[in-house]
Design a protein around this ligand. Structure first.
Ligand code: S3P
Length: 434
C-alpha cells in the first residue's frame, strides 16, 4: 500500500510553528555521542526514519541509547575503541548520510561489518567515500558500480591523508574526518566550495581539536571525545518547504521557530531573497554551537533569477522546492552546476522536471540543472519516486495550482519530516493523505 497526498488548491500559510529537528545534526549527535567518553544528552532530536536508522546502527554496535522520547535521547558513550562487532548487517534504510559517514567511522575499527539500505540507497554512489578512504588504507568493497551493500574490513592502522575533494560534499568530508580520528597522523580535506560544517562544529563541541584554514579542515588521530549536551535546532531543510509555501501563497504570514541558520545551510534564504521573498530572521542566537533564529516569511511577488553558482552547495537539498518557487516567479529561473541533484534520493532534476511538466509548467531539465519559466499551472497526478523532498515540494505547489494535485508514494516523508501533513495542514495547506 502506497501513501498518497491529495492537496486542494489555494490557501495561505499562517501562524507560528516548529518543524522537526535537523537531520544532519541528529545523525552526528548519535555518532559522536557513541564514541565519546561519558553520557551525552541530546534534545530536539529528529524522530524521523533516517536519524533512527543511525541510532539503530549504533545500538547494533553495542552502544546503549535511550529514546528518542519527545526529542530527548541519552547516549551512553563507549569511547573511541568501545564499539563492538555487530551480529547483523547494518541497515541504513533510505539514509545516504548514515551510510557515508559510517564508512569513515567504521573503516578504522578492529572488526568487519556490512552496510546496506533500501532500494533507493542501493542505487547511490559510494565510490566517492570508498576511494579516498582506500588511500587511508581502508578496505571497503562495494557491489557493482560502487554501490551498496558495502563490506568494510576493520583496519586498525589507517593513515592520515591530504585530500582535495573533486565534488563539494559534506558527507565525503565528514567520512574522511571521522576516519581521521582513527588514523595515524593528520587528515586534511579541502573542499571546492563550502559545504555544511556540522561535523567540524560538533567535534569541537566534544572537545576534539579541529583545525580550519580557508577551505581546508584537518584532524589528527589518537585524540578522544568527551560527552556533552547537544541541543539540535530545527531543520532549515524542512522549514524550506513552508518558507516557499508562505512566499508563494497570497495572504501568508508564517513564523518558523528555532530554525538552524548555520551559514553553510542558508542558501535557500539567500536564493529566495534574491527572488524577492520577504524573509526576516528574528531573535538570532546560539544553541549548542549552532546559530538559530525564528524565521518570519510573508507572501511576496517572486521574480526569476540565475541562481548564483556559490549558492548551489549551500542549498543542495532545497532545489525541489526552489523549483516550485521558480514556477511561481515572474520570468525565468536558471540553475546550473547542480549535477549532484541527479544522485540524491532520486534523480531530482529528472523527477522535478517531469512533475512540473505534468502540471503544465515550462520546466526544461539540463545535464546539471533546470530552466523554469514561471506562470500559471494546473493540477494532476505527480510521482514522487519515493523521494521525501519531491513529495513535499509538490504538496506545496498546490497552494498556487488551479486544480487539485495528487502526489504518489509519499511514505518516505517520514525519513526527514515526520508529521509534515499535520503541521502543513495546521498552517493552512489543504492536504490530506490516504
Ligand atoms: C548531508 C550532506 C548533503 C545533503 C544530505 C545531508 C550531511 O549531501 O544532501 O541530505 O548531513 O552531511 P552531500 O554531502 O552528498 O552533498
Amino acid at each position: 500500500m502506497t501513501l498518497n497526498y491529495q492537496v486542494r488548491p489555494g490557501g495561505a500559510l499562517t501562524g507560528r510553528i516548529r518543524v522537526p529537528g535537523d537531520k544532519s545534526i541528529s545523525h552526528r549527535s548519535i555518532m559522536l555521542g557513541s564514541i565519546a567518553d561519558g553520557v551525552t544528552h541530546i534534545g530536539g532530536f529528529l524522530e524521523g526514519e533516517d536519524a533512527l536508522a543511525t541510532r539503530n546502527v549504533f545500538r547494533a554496535l553495542g552502544v546503549r541509547i535511550e529514546g528518542p522520547d519527545h526529542g530527548n535521547v541519552t547516549v551512553h558513550g563507549v569511547g573511541m575503541r568501545g564499539l563492538e562487532a555487530p551480529a547483523q548487517v547494518l541497515d541504513c534504510g533510505n539514509s545516504g548520510t548514515s551510510m557515508r559517514l559510517l564508512c569513515g567511522l567504521l573503516a578504522g575499527q578492529n572488526f568487519d561489518c556490512e552496510l546496506t539500505g533500501d532500494a533507493s540507497l542501493r542505487k547511490r554512489p559510494m565510490q566517492r567515500v570508498a576511494e579516498p578512504l582506500a588511500r587511508m588504507r581502508a578496505e571497503i568493497s562495494t557491489a557493482e558500480g560502487g554501490r551498496p551493500p558495502l563490506r568494510i574490513m576493520g583496519i586498525a592502522n589507517l593513515r592520515g591523508i591530504d585530500y582535495r575533494m573533486p565534488i563539494a560534499s559534506a558527507q565525503v568530508k565528514s567520512a574522511l574526518l571521522l576516519a581521521g580520528l582513527y588514523a595515524r597522523g593528520r587528515t586534511c580535506v579541502t573542499e571546492p566550495a563550502p559545504t555544511r560544517d556540522h561535523t567540524e562544529r560538533m567535534l569541537a563541541a566534544f572537545g576534539y581539536p579541529v583545525e580550519r584554514k580557508g577551505s581546508t579542515v584537518c584532524v589528527s588521530g589518537g585524540g578522544k571525545l568527551t560527552a556533552t549536551d547537544i541541543e539540535v535546532p530545527t531543520d532549515i531543510s524542512s522549514a524550506a518547504f513552508l518558507m516557499v509555501g508562505a512566499s508563494i501563497a497570497p495572504g501568508s504570514d508564517l513564523t518558523l521557530e528555532h530554525v538552524g541558520v548555520n551559514p553553510t545551510r542558508t542558501g535557500v534564504i539567500d536564493i529566495l531573497r534574491l527572488m524577492g521573498a520577504s524573509i526576516e530572521l528574528l531573535d538570532q542566537r546560539q544553541a549548542g554551537g549552532e546559530p538559530v533564529a525564528d524565521i518570519r516569511v510573508r507572501h511576496a511577488e517572486l521574480k526569476g533569477i540565475a541562481i548564483p553558482a556559490e549558492q548551489v552547495a549551500l542549498a543542495i537539498d532545497e532545489f525541489p522546492v526552489l523549483f516550485v518557487a521558480a514556477a511561481n516567479a515572474r520570468g525565468v529561473t536558471v540553475l546550473r552546476g547542480a549535477e549532484e541533484l541527479r544522485v540524491k534520493e532520486s534523480d531530482r532534476i529528472a523527477v522535478m522536471a517531469d512533475g512540473l511538466q505534468a502540471l503544465g509548467v515550462a520546466a526544461e531539465p539540463t545535464a546539471d540543472g533546470m530552466r523554469v519559466t514561471g506562470g500559471n499551472y494546473g493540477g494532476g497526478t505527480v510521482a514522487s519516486h519515493a523521494d521525501h523532498r519531491i513529495a513535499m515540494a509538490f504538496a506545496i505547489a498546490a497552494l498556487r495550482a488551479r486544480a487539485p494535485i495528487t502526489v504518489t508514494d509519499c511514505a518516505n516523508v517520514a525519513t526527514s519530516f515526520p508529521g509534515f501533513v499535520e503541521l502543513a495542514a495546521k498552517s493552512g495547506l489543504r492536504i490530506k493523505q490516504n
